[in-house]
Design a protein around this ligand. Sequence first.
Ligand code: AMP
Ligand code: ZN
Length: 460
Amino acid sequence: MDIKLYNTLSRQKESFKPIIDGRVGIYTCGPTVYSRASIGNFRSYLFSDLLRRMFELNGFLVKQVINITDVGHLTSDASEGEDKLEKASKATGETAWDIAKKYTELFLQDMERLNILRPHELPRATDHIEGQIELVKVLDKKGFTYQTSDGIYFDTSRLADYGKLAGQKLEDKQEGARVEVNEEKKNPTDFALWKFSPKDAKRQMEWESPWGIGFPGWHIECSAMSEEYLGVPFDIHTGGIDHIPVHHTNEIAQTESAREKPLANVWMHNAFLLVDNGKMSKSLGNTYSLDDLQARGFDSIAYRYFFFGAHYRVQQNFTWEALEASQNALHKLQKIVKGLPKGADVNEEYKSRFMERINDDLDVPGALSVLWTMIKDDNVAPELKYATLIKFDEVLGLGLSNLELGDVEVPEEVHELLDLRAKARAEKNWELSDQIRDKILELGFEISDGQGGQTIEPIV
Ligand code: AMP
Ligand code: ZN
């Protein structure tokens, strides 16, 4: 079946053609591990997980790489400001290495809570310093670089098509760029490939290089690591839309100048998650993590279901009410699956309708509507419904095939009480929450409040 993907580079949907038949390489820009990843960040990884699962459903052998940025990402996406890791270290007193370790572990735990399949490779920037230095050396040799007092920079005026990903001409970009702090740069769009450690202070993360002790710029890690794990070019590069004008533009500039080949054939970008129709921001206290959702009684998988409510290229607005609606829909779906007799045969017609939607640039809202139509369709035998839903779940990843209750039917009353209890917990009404737990116990089910929210088990 034809797979169509929107390519930011060509600004249109294209039929996907793999570099090697039956295989696909996907690189996703990963987290900067200086703080807890927010549900906004996870929109990016839910999106690349969906992409991977779609390919797997189509029978592709996928290799997925997500990098861990643990050095070089400065407080400004341009090459200025403080390294986010070193800054977090100053603020907390922990070492930059410990901070990186802590947030990498949390990131992986959160990925698991969201049923995001573990990428085949999770390379860390600090483990690939040599490869990054090698790449800068090539650029140096080819005359794309120059040195300033604080580092080695890429001269963007050397590339006629610099900025093509964002559809901007260099002159427009330069005009748009804000007043430069660094007056030694030849062009405002030039960016650091290697930065020198400050003369008056010792950095925690620094390495020797042919140009002096320092650390790599942020963009070079992705050029070096994508090449190491996927080659040049590879199939698909993904990330959030904020990466288009600077980070991905600069990755392209580096790799294409060094290797004289495209970096990736398809560039895909997810739109942002808003909260209450505004930007997520630390100052507003709305950069929610999965723990914040859990504290209000929401399972992480409910957020996964919420993510499916909007196409990845459309901004999505997060509200607690919308998350609750998603959780309710998910519970309804779980209940339906639990109530169906297990079967092995799939309804081919609905499967192909579902795949048609998902293969059309990951139209998950469309695919979900096929799912609900099938559920309501009396012409499909219950055993077939079961097997088809489990097949769909290979893409959706809602865990429908291993619902903990197995064959035990949960009465409607218990479902309603569970919803009430989730609400009571969201309102921190612990007394009511405990009363409801006791009622549910009387009906034969024991509740536990784990990492993923409330789960119940029948008392035997
Ligand atoms: P960072 O850890 O800051 O490098 O960001 C990790 C990923 O999350 C990047 O691909 C960003 O584009 C993406 N991202 C950050 N904020 C949001 C948001 N509010 N909605 C969707 N994606 C986001
Ligand atoms: Zn990147």
